[in-house]
Design a binder for this molecule. Structure first.
Ligand code: ADP
Length: 224
């Protein structure tokens, strides 16, 4: 790992949810910095705030307090158009499910992600599919993919714009051991090429492969 600067910073994030009289404190002052080329795993029990944190880092959700800086741009409390611009250019998002648009082929899913940015020096979509071992499934519809193939296709979409930051929420939650190894290897090689990777996980293997493990508990990061 060569850490050269912070690609991602979160400052004192707070997130509360209200349902009737009930109040849930999902994040209670979470700060973190992730360097370029660094892989950070976020672990913690169910309900500890991991997905909420990732959504705030991605600008998919706005914290009630605090802010997030992505590749030098504040993404928090910006108009949606600005947030999506920052997200499309700088962040690749990989979820456990629902990474793909059902009505598009695997290849067109990658192209659709690239069309959001329109940069000329984006990666070749065929090459991306080769890298994740899916060249032969380029024309397939998402519904015909196996679980492992869908996870790898999701990764190709996440990497479509050569993102500085990859945010992954339980990417290996539903895949077999071999696919987990492949996804891990691909995330590691992204980090070696300078991307920052934040991965929410329950997997000991994924956590063991990270440079740093952050423990969330009741919306707070453990010290250390
Ligand atoms: P984790 O990913 O660690 O399982 P979450 O971030 O999903 O945790 O949830 C943290 C807490 O916030 C939980 O108590 C959860 O029930 C609550 N929560 C998450 N999203 C919402 C929501 N949209 N509305 C109300 N409560 C929510």
């Amino acid at each position: 790992m060569v850490v050269t600067g912070n690609a991602l910073e979160a400052h004192e994030l707070y997130r509360f949810y209200h349902a009737g009289d009930d109040e849930t404190f999902a994040l209670r002052g979470v700060s973190l910095e992730v360097g370029e080329g660094e892989t950070v795993a976020v672990v913690g029990p169910s309900g500890s705030g991991k997905s909420t944190l990732l959504a705030c880092l991605a600008g998919l959700d706005d914290p009630d307090g605090g802010y997030v800086v992505v590749a030098g741009h504040r993404i928090t409390r910006r108009p949606e158009a600005v947030r999506s611009w920052i997200r499309a250019r700088s962040i690749g998002i990989l979820l456990q499910f629902a990474n793909l648009l059902e009505h598009l082929s695997v290849l067109d899913n990658v192209r659709a992600a690239q069309s959001l940015v329109g940069s000329r020096d984006r990666p070749d979509p065929h090459r991306l599919l080769e890298d994740v071992g899916l060249a032969h499934r380029a024309r397939a519809r998402p519904s015909t993919l196996s679980g492992g193939e869908a996870a790898r296709a999701g990764l190709a979409v996440a990497l479509a714009n050569d993102p500085a930051i990859v945010l992954a929420d339980e990417p290996t939650g539903e895949v077999d051991h071999d696919t987990e190894s492949q996804l891990l290897q691909m995330l590691r090689s992204r980090a070696e090429r300078g991307s920052s990777v934040v991965v929410v996980t329950h997997s000991d293997r994924v956590a063991a492969a990270a440079d740093r493990v952050l423990q969330l508990s009741d919306g707070r990061l453990a010290d250390g």
